[in-house]
Design a protein around this ligand. Structure first.
Ligand SMILES: Nc1ncnc2c1ncn2[C@@H]1O[C@H](COP(=O)(O)OP(=O)(O)O)[C@@H](O)[C@H]1O
Ligand SMILES: [Mg+2]
Length: 254
């Protein structure tokens, strides 16, 4: 198989007495959807943060396109084409959806106006609108602060922003948690569309039907370690749940 676009080897991270990552491995290839599953507290969000420049690890190695890489800031991750929808959504509540989408990457007006720092708000709104439409997201206002919007709207904006900018890898940490049935179907469609453009998608979800529907591979995290990897076509929900909870091993050793 090809070299993973992104790989983690033996990542560890302590929070005081809590071992969030305990030698965690992970890998994802271009053009595939990997579901990252595990019980609450297994370390999924911590792993995502470590791989997207939002959290320093205590030890271990991150490889990008097969080479060791320090992804120590979100900016560094962005430069590498890595975008993330965090479980605790990182939108600026006082800014509108278009401003959130272009935060730190604002489009400037052409010519002298741009040189003097005038932003092209019209172009940014148009691009934001088209991204939301592609996602099938019902973002009602492009000019209201996102802090005034529903959880579902904010989630859709965060997803559209990540998908808009990700050229290599996109992490979606429980992206459908605040969404209704139709919006969730749109997100799953979006995941497939992005994957088909050659981007690696990492999808964290507690919904085994969604995982089975959209993922190519599944990696199971338990107590800060990857304990299993499956091809979706060769596994079952029972097997995944067993691997998450550790029931399988207990039965085996009984
Ligand atoms: N910033 C933090 N401070 C203290 N403990 C944390 C922090 N982030 C995560 N943890 C702990 O690390 C463990 C793994 O958390 P997390 O990665 O959020 O798990 P998951 O996303 O799989 O539910 C949990 O025990 C959690 O309480
Ligand atoms: Mg989490």
């Amino acid at each position: 198989m090809s070299t993973p676009i992104l790989e983690a080897r033996g990542l560890t991270r302590q929070f005081g007495q809590v071992t969030a990552l305990d030698g965690a491995d992970f890998d994802v290839h271009a053009g595939e959807v990997v579901a990252l599953i595990g019980d609450n507290g297994a370390g999924k969000s911590t792993l995502v943060k470590a791989l997207s420049g939002n959290l320093a690890v205590d030890s271990g190695e991150i490889l990008y396109e097969g080479h060791p890489q320090h992804i120590d800031t979100p900016m560094k991750a962005s430069e590498l084409g890595i975008e993330t929808v965090y479980q605790d959504l990182a939108l600026a509540p006082h800014l509108d959806p278009a401003q959130n989408m272009f935060l730190g990457r604002e489009l400037m007006r052409a010519g002298l106006a741009g040189k003097f720092g005038f932003m092209d708000n019209k172009a940014m709104r148009a691009e934001a609108r088209s991204s939301f439409d592609k996602l099938g997201a019902t973002v009602k206002s492009l000019t209201a602060p996102v802090g005034s919007m529903s959880g579902g709207q904010r989630q859709a904006i965060a997803i559209a922003r990540a998908v808009h900018w990700a050229s290599k890898v996109v992490f979606l940490d429980e992206p459908t948690a605040a969404l209704g049935v139709r919006q969730t179907a749109n997100v799953l469609d979006t995941i497939r569309r992005v994957r088909d453009h050659g981007v690696a998608v990492i999808f964290i979800s507690h919904s085994m039907p969604h995982v089975m529907e959209v993922a190519d591979r599944v990696q199971v995290l338990r107590l800060g370690k990857r304990v299993a990897t499956y091809n979706v076509s060769e596994t079952s929900m029972e097997q995944l749940v067993g691997a998450m909870t550790g029931v399988k091993e207990e039965v085996k050793s009984a």
